[in-house]
Design a protein around this ligand. Sequence first.
Ligand SMILES: O=P(O)(O)O[C@H]1O[C@H](CO)[C@@H](O)[C@H]1O
Ligand SMILES: O=c1cc[nH]c(=O)[nH]1
Length: 257
Amino acid sequence: MSEQIVDKAAAGRGARQYHIGIAPGEVGSVALLPGDPFRVPFVAEFLTDVTEVAHNREHRTMTGMYRGKMITATSTGMGCPSTAIAVEELARVGVTSMIRVGSSAALQPGIEPGDLLVSEGSLRNDGTTAAYVHPGFPAVPDIGIAGELRRSAESMRQQRGGFGVYSGINATDDAFYAEGPEWIAQLTAMGILNVEMESSALFVVAKLRGLRAGMVCACSSNLLEGVSVYDKKDSALKDGWMRSIEVALDTAVALDL
Ligand SMILES: O=P(O)(O)O[C@H]1O[C@H](CO)[C@@H](O)[C@H]1O
Ligand SMILES: O=c1cc[nH]c(=O)[nH]1
């Protein structure tokens, strides 16, 4: 093979990363990953000593302290391609655990906007992970993180009430507007709990790189019951985002990630 072909696994190591704009040492060992850069400051609301480290393309990063632990928040953007890039580059600058705090549509009855959804694994309906692994390779979270996210969410529900907590297998889709009624019905019949667009890349790349990963989402809508909350002023979704962030932060502290 020509020696001029770039080896991307080796390129850029130890340097400021091309997409996320972060250099080694500028972040902590655990990162929360919302999709939307405008939700990174929501994580910062829980932190002290907040610094904005970088904002390049869809990847905005802030750090701060939560109960004695340094926490990083980096947005992935929408979909698996930019998520895989964020996970690869965050790993290169020293992050070893990542928790996605997203929004996701419910696919089973009774789940309402603002409820919390903890992932036990993702159905890989995306192209990015197909470029990394065999079609049968599972996209699964770290079992310890998934269990602690569930425990922490349940404890919050018991203390505060007003929202539900669910865990199960979610789908990860590439194409938001290709989620037609037939596909939604198929996913529901398979027992899939919810659908979003990033976790399969997070879980697969994390597994390949020796990282720990998990996901807790706020329900944004119920595709089975015609319930939709896409107006960001709606407080149910915002409340769900804030709960998911707090649950992820408590998990990071409990497991000393
Ligand atoms: O709110 P975030 O975390 O971006 O998550 C969901 O919202 C976007 C689609 O509206 C996709 O990124 C999907 O996964
Ligand atoms: O993939 C997704 C994510 C959120 N909401 C949806 O309707 N679909």
